[in-house]
Design a protein around this ligand. Structure first.
Ligand SMILES: *Cc1c(COP(=O)(O)O)cnc(C)c1O
Length: 813
C-alpha cells in the first residue's frame, strides 16, 4: 500500500482532497481518523478477497465462532500494527502535524460486549487471523454497545453508547448477503409422499443484513471476517395500501419490533436475563449465522454428511445454543434429512465453551416463551429431549432422578447448558480448575455420560494488542534483548528469565514502568484534577463489578489502611495509589452501592492532607478496552481476588502479568496456572482455597458475625459503613452492603479472607522496598506470560477441538 512515509503522505493527502475536499491544514482530528481508516480498509480489500478465495479453492475447513459479544475496542492502532504500518503512519502523520495517539482517540470503542467473555472472542479473532486459520466471528451489530458509565456524585449513571453515530469506517454492509429470519407463527403438519412435512405459517419475517469487518492477521496478507448481523424490516410498503387503512400503524409497530432486535447489548455480565427480546436476539444470531455458513458450504456441492469435515460451529457460552435445533431444523425441513442423520451431522459440527460456575448465570428459558416465539424450533428441542431422556431410561431404568437432573426441558424450563452439552461433540472449560469443577460438581452427571466430550482450554489474550500495542516501549525492549521471535512464538518470552538478575535490564524495565505510570498520572490529572505519586505502588483492580470479584474486600481494606494512618500519622508507609475501574449491571443495586462506596472513600482519602503522600484512591469511569490499554501497562500490582472457585478463568490477570505487574490473588481461575509457573517468589497468594469454600457451602461452619465480633479492624470498617464517621454521611447509606455481609452471612467470604488479604498486602509493601527484587519478579512474570497468549490457546482449540490447520493464501488463485 504505502511502503514508506513519503508515499503514505502523498496517498493520505490525495484521499483527504478527494473524499472530504480538504487540505491538510483544514482537516480536523476526526477527518484524519476517517481518512486513515478508509485508506487502510481499502488497501486490504484485495487480501480480504484473496483470503476468501483461497479458503474456497483449497476447500479448507472453516471455523465459525458464534458469540453474542465481541468486545473489540478500537481497531485503528491494531490494524496498523498487524499490517506492519504503525511506524510509517506514525512518522507520516507527525510530518503532517498530527500524533497517531491523538488520532486513535477519535475512534469510538466498539463495546459490543460486557467483559471477559466478549473480550476473549475478540482476542481469538486476532489469533485466528494471525495464525492463518480459516476462522470467522459471527455476532450482532448492536446499534448501542455496553452503556457508557458516568460517575455523578459518586454514583454510576448509565448513558447510551451511540458508537455508530459517526459512520464506522471498518464495516462493509452487504445487502446482497442478507437472509430471512422467522419468528412466531404456527406449525402445520402434512404428509407428502410418505414423508411428514412441517410448515410454519403466519410467521413474522425479518431481514438479517450482514456488516462485515475485516480481521487482519499479523504481518501476513491474511484477512478473516467478523460478520455482524443487523435486523431490518422486510415489509413491503407498496403492499400496504391493499391491506387497509390501519396497515400503516401495523407497519410502525412491526418496524419498531424489528429494529429493537439489534438495538441494544444486554448489560448483564452474568445472571439470567429473562427477556423475550434477549431470546429473539439469540435466535436471530443463530439463524442468520447458520444460513450464511450453509450458503458458503453449499458452494462446495458436497452432501451434508460432509458438513463436519468442512465446518466447525463453536458457541461461546450457551447464548448461541439455538444453533443446535436450528441446524436440525434446516437439515430436516429444508434439506430433507431424516432425524438420525441430521442429529449425527449436528452433533459432529457444534462445540461449546462453558464460561461460568455461577448457577444463577446458567441460562433457562420459559418453555412457553420458546414455543410461541419459535414453534418449530421448540418442537425439535422437545424431540431432542425426548430421545435423550429415553436413551437414559433405557440405560439406567431406575434412575428417574438422573433423568430429571439432566433433562433439557424440566419444570417448564428449557435449560440451555444441557442442550449445548447433549448437542455438541466438545465441551470445554476455560481454566484447569474451572474444568475440573465442571466435571466434579456442576456438570457431573453429564461428565459421567459423556466423559470424552469434556476438555480444558485455558483462556488467553492477544499479546499483539495487550503488549505490542498497549506497551510499545516494553515490547521494543524485549525485542532488543531476546530478538523478535517471541512475536510469532510467544513462549520465547521465557528467554527473558536469563535477564532477571541483570541490573541494567532491571533499570530499563523500571524506567519503562515509570514512564507508563507518568502517562497514566497525566491522564488522571487531566480527567479528574487529582495528582498521584508516580513512585507509589499502583495497585489496580479493573473488571466488571460483581460480588464474587470482591471489589468490596479491596475497598474495606483501603478504609482500614486509612484508619491506621489516622491512628498513627507519623508512622512510615510505602505510598499506594489504589485504582479502580468497573461497570455494574444497571439493576444490580449492591454492585452500584459498592461503586458509590469506592467513590466516597476516594473523596475522603484524597482530600485528607494527613494521608496525602501515603494513600490515594481513584475510580476511573467507563472501564473499557481502550481505558484498559492505558491502565494496565502502568500497574505495579494486579488485584485478582475473587472468591476461590467463582472466577472461571479471568483474562485481566493475564494482561497485567504480561505487562510486568505482580499479582495479589486467590487460587482461582487461571491464577492457579499462573501460580504453578511463578511460585511464591513471584506471586502473592492469599485466602481460602476452592475446596474450603465448597466445604463451607456444603457443611456450613462460617459465621461472618463471628469474624466481625473478633476482629476490631473489621468491626471498625463495617461500622463505618452505617454510622457517622469519616465515610458515612447519613445512616443506611451503605446499608445494603452492611446487610449483605452481616445479615446474609457474607456469601463471598469477604470477612473470612480479610485478614489473609491484609497480611499479604503488608508483605507487598515490604517487597516493594527492594526495587531490584521487585524488578526480578516483574521480569519473571513477563517471561512466563507468553504461555497465556491466545495464540497458544487457539492452537489448542484448532488441533483438539476443531481439527483445522493454517491456510497459506496462495497468490493468483
Ligand atoms: C480483559 C477485560 C475484561 C476481563 O477482565 P477480568 O479481570 O478477567 O474480569 C473486562 N473488560 C475489559 C474491557 C477487558 O479488557
Amino acid at each position: 500500500m504505502f511502503n514508506n512515509k513519503e508515499l503514505f503522505k502523498i496517498a493520505f493527502k490525495e484521499q483527504l482532497v478527494s473524499r472530504l475536499g480538504k487540505n491538510i491544514e483544514e482537516a480536523s482530528a476526526g477527518d484524519i481518523y476517517k481518512i486513515l481508516g478508509a485508506l487502510i480498509r481499502e488497501s486490504i480489500g484485495r487480501e480480504w478477497a484473496e483470503t476468501n478465495q483461497a479458503y474456497k479453492v483449497q476447500e479448507e475447513k472453516q471455523v465459525y465462532y458464534f458469540s453474542m459479544e465481541f468486545l473489540i475496542g478500537r481497531l485503528l492502532g491494531n490494524n496498523l500494527l498487524n499490517l506492519g504500518l504503525l511506524e510509517t503512519a506514525r512518522d507520516g502523520l507527525l510530518d503532517l502535524g498530527w500524533s497517531l495517539e491523538e488520532i486513535e482517540e477519535q475512534e469510538p470503542d466498539a463495546g459490543l460486549g460486557n467483559g471477559g467473555l466478549g473480550r476473549l472472542a475478540a482476542c481469538f479473532l486476532d489469533s485466528l487471523a494471525s495464525l492463518q486459520y480459516a476462522g470467522h466471528g459471527c455476532g450482532i451489530r448492536y446499534k448501542y454497545g455496553l452503556f457508557e458509565q458516568k460517575i455523578i456524585d459518586g454514583h454510576q449513571v448509565e448513558l447510551p453508547d451511540n458508537w455508530l453515530q459517526k459512520s464506522n469506517v471498518w464495516e462493509e454492509r452487504r445487502a446482497d448477503k442478507r437472509v430471512e429470519v422467522r419468528f412466531w407463527g404456527q406449525v402445520e403438519v402434512r404428509e407428502d409422499n410418505g414423508r411428514t412435512v412441517f410448515d410454519t405459517v403466519n410467521y413474522e419475517k425479518v431481514w438479517a443484513v450482514p456488516h462485515d469487518v475485516p480481521v487482519i492477521g499479523y504481518e501476513d496478507p491474511h484477512v478473516n471476517t467478523l460478520r455482524l448481523w443487523s435486523a431490518e424490516s422486510s415489509m413491503d410498503p407498496s403492499k400496504m395500501q391493499i391491506e387497509g387503512h390501519n396497515s400503516y400503524y401495523r407497519f410502525l409497530d412491526y418496524y419498531r419490533s424489528v429494529e429493537s432486535i439489534s438495538e441494544f447489548l444486554y448489560p448483564d455480565d452474568s445472571g439470567y436475563e429473562g427477556k423475550l427480546l434477549r431470546l429473539k436476539q439469540q435466535y436471530f444470531l443463530c439463524s442468520a449465522g447458520l444460513q450464511s455458513v450453509l450458503r458458503t458450504f453449499d458452494k462446495l456441492e458436497l452432501p451434508y454428511s460432509e458438513l463436519p469435515d468442512k465446518v466447525a460451529v463453536h458457541i461461546n457460552d450457551t447464548h448461541p445454543t439455538l444453533v443446535i435445533p436450528e441446524l436440525m431444523r434446516i437439515l430436516i425441513d429444508e434439506k430433507g434429512y431424516g432425524w438420525d442423520d441430521a442429529w449425527d451431522i449436528t452433533n459432529r459440527t457444534v462445540s461449546y465453551t462453558n464460561h461460568t460456575l455461577l448457577s444463577e448465570a446458567l441460562e433457562k428459558w420459559p418453555a412457553n416463551m420458546v414455543r410461541e416465539l419459535l414453534p418449530r424450533v421448540y418442537m425439535i428441542i422437545e424431540e431432542i429431549n425426548k430421545r435423550f431422556c429415553g436413551m437414559l431410561l433405557e440405560r439406567f431404568p431406575d434412575r428417574q432422578d438422573l433423568v430429571s437432573q439432566v433433562a433439557i426441558i424440566e419444570s417448564d424450563q428449557v435449560k440451555m447448558a444441557h442442550l449445548a452439552i447433549v448437542g455438541s461433540y466438545s465441551v470445554n472449560g476455560v481454566a484447569g480448575l474451572h474444568t475440573e469443577l465442571l466435571k466434579r460438581n456442576v456438570m457431573k452427571p453429564f461428565y459421567e455420560l459423556f466423559p470424552e466430550r469434556f476438555n480444558n482450554k485455558t483462556n488467553g489474550i492477544t499479546h499483539r494488542r495487550w503488549l505490542m500495542h498497549a506497551n510499545s516501549e516494553l515490547s521494543h525492549l524485549i525485542s532488543e534483548s531476546i530478538g523478535t521471535g517471541w512475536i510469532k512464538r510467544p513462549h520465547q518470552l521465557l528467554k527473558l528469565e536469563s535477564f532477571k538478575d541483570d541490573s541494567a535490564f532491571q533499570e530499563q524495565i523500571m524506567s519503562i514502568k515509570r514512564s507508563n505510570k507518568l502517562r497514566l498520572a497525566a491522564y488522571i490529572a487531566q480527567k479528574q484534577g487529582i495528582t498521584i505519586d508516580p513512585d507509589s505502588i499502583f495497585d489496580v483492580q479493573v473488571k466488571r463489578l460483581h460480588g464474587y470479584k470482591r471489589q468490596l474486600m479491596n475497598i474495606l481494606h483501603v478504609m482500614h489502611l486509612y484508619n491506621e494512618i489516622k491512628d498513627t500519622p507519623s508512622a512510615d508507609r510505602v505510598p499506594r495509589t489504589f485504582i479502580f475501574g468497573a461497570k455494574a449491571a444497571p439493576g444490580y443495586y449492591l454492585a452500584k452501592s459498592i461503586i458509590k462506596l469506592i467513590n466516597v472513600v476516594a473523596d475522603v482519602v484524597n482530600k485528607d492532607l494527613q494521608v496525602n503522600g501515603k494513600l490515594k484512591v481513584l475510580f476511573l469511569e467507563n472501564y473499557s478496552v481502550s481505558l484498559a490499554e492505558k491502565i494496565i501497562p502502568a500497574a505495579n500490582l494486579s488485584e485478582q481476588i475473587s472468591t476461590a472457585g467463582k472466577e472461571a478463568s479471568g483474562t485481566g490477570n493475564m494482561k497485567f502479568m504480561l505487562n510486568g505487574a505482580l499479582t495479589i490473588g486467590t487460587l482461582d481461575g487461571a491464577n492457579v496456572e499462573m501460580y504453578e509457573m511463578l511460585g511464591d517468589d513471584n506471586m502473592f497468594l492469599f485466602g481460602l482455597r476452592s475446596e474450603e469454600v465448597l466445604d463451607y457451602y456444603r457443611y456450613g461452619g462460617y459465621l461472618a458475625r463471628d469474624v466481625y465480633g473478633k476482629d476490631p479492624r473489621i468491626k471498625r470498617v463495617m461500622d463505618q459503613l452505617v454510622s457517622s464517621g469519616p465515610f458515612c454521611c447519613h445512616e443506611r447509606e451503605f446499608g445494603l452492603i452492611y446487610q449483605s455481609i452481616l445479615d446474609h452471612n457474607d456469601e463471598f467470604f469477604v470477612l473470612r479472607d480479610f485478614n489473609s488479604y491484609a497480611e499479604t498486602q503488608a508483605g507487598i509493601d515490604q517487597a516493594y522496598l527492594d526495587p531490584q527484587a521487585w524488578a526480578t519478579k516483574s521480569i519473571v512474570n513477563i517471561a512466563h506470560a507468553g504461555h497465556f497468549s491466545s495464540d497458544c490457546t487457539i492452537n489448542r482449540y484448532a488441533s483438539d477441538i476443531w481439527d483445522i490447520r493454517p491456510v497459506r493464501p496462495s497468490i493468483n488463485v
